[in-house]
Design a protein around this ligand. Structure first.
Ligand code: CIZ
Ligand code: SF4
Length: 303
């Protein structure tokens, strides 16, 4: 089947299954095009919980579909590509976090949404890249274990210097490999552009940027800005929405390496297969789900 045929079949199947398709900002263009909603992981999970529909096709990576299931246990959550994981989320385990907590008694454990349900269950509170600074500011305790992203931890520590942030040593394989010398070169080429980066980049890259924020914050910043040219320092999938919302502005990717192989696994064919065969269903053990949901609920209370 070609793409047009696939799109038609997907729409038919979606109605038949009473399903909704959600896609992360890092998905390939054609998957974003057929999705009912495109956004960041937490916004999508909240949307999934709010819709009166029983099947969700989550075009993203494993922890995102899991977060949707944590908030919507009564719904069927499908991940089209079962091997689409997040290497950063896999860098921390529940056991590891329990060990770290023992070494820092009294510290509050904050986990980035890029983590497994088991890790969320062992955490006191979750955060996203949009609200990490805000959440940390509102925690009363001084000592805060922050997992798994060392770069986001560093970013938060700089903005909230009165806290003692104890970072886990994880990182995003896509954002972490970008080198400052390459960023300096592209800044030199596109001198009149603003540099917008994700805080999953290394601190020296964030230092070079005009703005650092989540995918949503980057998209909103560029859309609201009077500026016309931007260098974008996050996964290339965001260019789809940036260009769609801003047809008269110009966007350059900070590095051709800004591609998440796991996010790129989902294709129209896999979305079609997902709806046709009702696969791959994501489930979370009820005890873990309830504890993980507590961490997400606490984030909502504080943000
Ligand atoms: O929470 C998300 O969706 C991620 C992984 C990134 C972002 O900035 O939106
Ligand atoms: Fe994980 Fe990085 Fe891919 Fe996001 S871009 S899903 S953090 S590997």
């Amino acid at each position: 089947m070609d793409n047009n045929e696939l799109k038609k079949k997907i729409i038919e199947l979606k109605e038949k299954r009473n399903a909704v398709i959600v896609a992360h900002n890092y998905q390939v263009d054609e998957v974003q095009e057929i999705a009912d909603v495109v956004g960041d992981s937490f916004a999508l999970s909240k949307y999934c919980a709010s819709v009166d529909i029983n099947t969700i096709v989550f075009c993203g990576v494993h922890f995102m579909a899991e977060s949707a299931k944590i908030l919507s246990p009564e719904k069927t959550v499908l991940l089209p590509e079962i091997d689409a994981g997040c290497p950063m989320a896999d860098m921390v385990t529940a056991e590891g976090l329990i060990e770290m907590r023992k070494r820092h008694p009294g510290a509050v454990v904050v986990c980035y949404i890029n983590s497994s349900a088991e890790v969320k269950a062992e955490s006191d509170i979750c955060c996203t890249s949009s609200n990490a600074i805000d959440i940390v500011k509102k925690i009363k305790e001084k000592d805060i274990i922050f997992a798994p992203d060392q770069n986001l931890a560093n970013f938060v520590a700089k903005q909230v210097p009165d806290k003692n942030i104890i970072p886990w040593n994880g990182f995003c394989i896509t954002h972490h490999k970008i080198k400052a010398e390459d960023v300096l070169k592209i800044k030199e080429i596109y001198k009149d552009s603003l540099l917008l980066v994700h805080p999953e980049c290394k601190p020296e890259i964030v230092e070079l940027a005009d703005f650092a924020g989540s995918t949503k914050q980057i998209i909103d910043y560029a859309t609201e800005s009077k500026h016309e040219n931007f260098i974008i320092g996050t996964e290339m999938g965001v260019l789809f929405k940036l260009k769609k919302q801003n047809p008269n502005k110009t966007f350059y990717l900070m590095s051709q390496g800004l591609l998440c192989p796991n996010m790129k696994k989902t294709s129209l064919q896999s979305v079609y297969n997902s709806l046709n065969d009702m696969k791959y269903e994501i489930n979370v053990d009820e005890d873990i789900r309830v504890r993980a949901k507590n961490a997400l609920d606490r984030m909502l209370e504080l943000s």
